[in-house]
Design a protein around this ligand. Structure first.
Ligand code: ARG
Length: 438
């Protein structure tokens, strides 16, 4: 048994490596600004910055406007997610955003001077990185000082990030007419992520993530599933705004949007540095992808198959063997990590036959039907190559193959080449065969 700390640190290592130097846009929901979450969050921002992650933070102010300027209702017909902003609300928003900027500064300085190994002092930069345009008059309703993003000054933000600063952006920006407008946090966060070509867009909210109508937390979603969920209309207005912006960002090329609670201590670290995360992760396409294996996958494949070789379930395969045969392998990839593999072997003495071999799914990814995905890939590949029969040899998993339409067969059915190997290794594996023509 390895120490849980050691395990967790090893699990985090590839993510630390991958996120170094990458830009992360973090949208902080306005609810969190009331709840004293800022200090805990700032400690995590410090850590992310120390790992070389370039942070752009955006906060909201919708909850506070709703509380202090209740006359500013939403325009339900045209912009259900937006409030009308009158003079009074604009004035309030300016005060609030100014104060929050100082609260961020204070929270980020917390604890900095405490220890000799203290992290370097963090620079926090805010400025006129956005320009706005008015939402205008719609359906006879004037949205007044409610605006939308006109342009992001990505170059200026890049400059600030290059100074190793955290960039903090408030949801107020000026229009070309020289007027301030209140913007929507999710929209600003998405536009920033798009303009900066950020690696990820993260939303910190009050909820743990996105839930199904039945209350179940959804850990992984595709854009299409998210569209579908939105149409079920069980979300709050702030969730709808976040999901709409998330979809927009994905469509514009952001590869991952992650939504999680900003009030759970360390949730952001768990989301970024563990495989399972803490909240909901949305990607344009499905997470699991079976693709041809490359040489760079060999170390991962060895890690996958080693425990099974040691238990005698799989034939031992040396790194040299794998290097020479890697073109026969497919890898099951999730989030740049390999969770499974399979090989398809062919025989020069029996061109109509192929063998499915070395089918492995990592213990971390069992029960997800990933064995099926790998089998499916081999079937597809075998058919494309015009194979008629697919063999599988197994000492331990007879039922799995029988349940998937394979028939028990005998050594006499094997191609001559394979038969010689079968007889010499003495494993007495069971032989299964699937007819690909039916
Ligand atoms: N830590 C990984 C990442 O940041 C995986 C997170 C998975 N999160 C989830 N909610 N399923 O990309």
């Amino acid at each position: 048994m390895t120490d849980p700390f050691v395990n967790a640190f090893r699990e985090a290592a590839p993510y630390i490596h991958y996120l170094r130097g990458k830009t992360l846009v973090v949208g902080i929901a306005s609810h969190l600004l009331d709840s004293g979450s800022l200090n805990a969050l700032s400690a995590d921002f410090h850590l992310l910055a120390a790992l070389g992650i370039r942070l752009v933070l955006v906060h909201g102010c919708d909850t506070q406007i709703a509380r202090f300027c209740p006359q500013n209702q939403r325009n339900h017909a045209i912009y259900p997610q937006r409030r009308i902003i009158d003079d009074n609300a604009l004035q309030f928003a300016k005060h609030f955003c100014g104060a929050i900027q100082f609260d961020f500064q204070a929270a980020l300085s917390l604890g900095v001077a405490r220890s000799p190994q203290r992290p370097p002092r963090l620079r926090l930069i805010h400025g006129n990185f956005l320009s706005a345009k008015p939402l205008g008059v719609h359906g006879g309703v004037d949205m007044q000082w409610a605006g939308q993003v006109r342009k992001v000054d990505a170059a200026a933000i890049e400059d600030a990030l290059a100074m190793q600063a955290i960039v903090l952006i408030s949801p107020i920006a000026a229009s070309l007419g020289g007027q301030s407008h209140v913007l929507s946090m999710p929209e600003v966060a998405a536009e920033l992520a798009i303009a900066l070509q950020a690696e990820k867009l993260v939303f910190l909210t009050q909820e743990n993530g996105i839930r199904h109508a039945n209350g179940q937390l959804l850990a992984n979603l595709t854009a299409q599933e998210t569209h579908h969920l939105l149409s079920e209309k069980h979300f709050s207005i702030s969730e709808q705004a976040i999901l709409t912006s998330a979809l927009h960002a994905l469509q514009q090329g952001i590869s991952r949007v992650q939504i999680l609670s900003g009030s759970q201590n360390g949730g952001l670290l768990r989301e970024l540095f563990t495989r399972h995360g803490a909240g909901t992760s949305i990607a344009q396409d499905s997470f699991m992808n079976v693709r041809p294996a490359h040489e760079r996958d060999i170390a991962d494949i060895i890690t996958l198959i080693k425990p099974l070789e040691e238990r005698g379930i799989l034939l031992p395969r040396s790194p040299e063997y794998l290097a020479a045969h890697i073109h026969e392998f497919f890898a099951l990839e999730h989030d740049r990590q390999i969770y499974g593999c399979v090989a398809m072997k062919t025989f020069s003495d029996s061109p109509n036959d192929a063998e499915l071999a070395c089918l492995v799914v990592s213990p971390d990814a069992r029960d997800g039907g990933f064995g099926e995905l790998l089998l499916e890939k081999v079937l597809q590949h075998a058919r494309q190559m015009g194979k008629q029969r697919l063999f599988a040899l197994s000492t331990h998993t007879a039922d799995w193959f029988l349940e998937r339409g394979f028939q028990a067969a005998s050594a006499a059915d094997l191609p001559a080449q394979r038969l010689a190997e079968y007889q010499s290794n003495g494993r007495q594996s069971k032989i299964f065969i699937l007819n690909l023509n039916t």
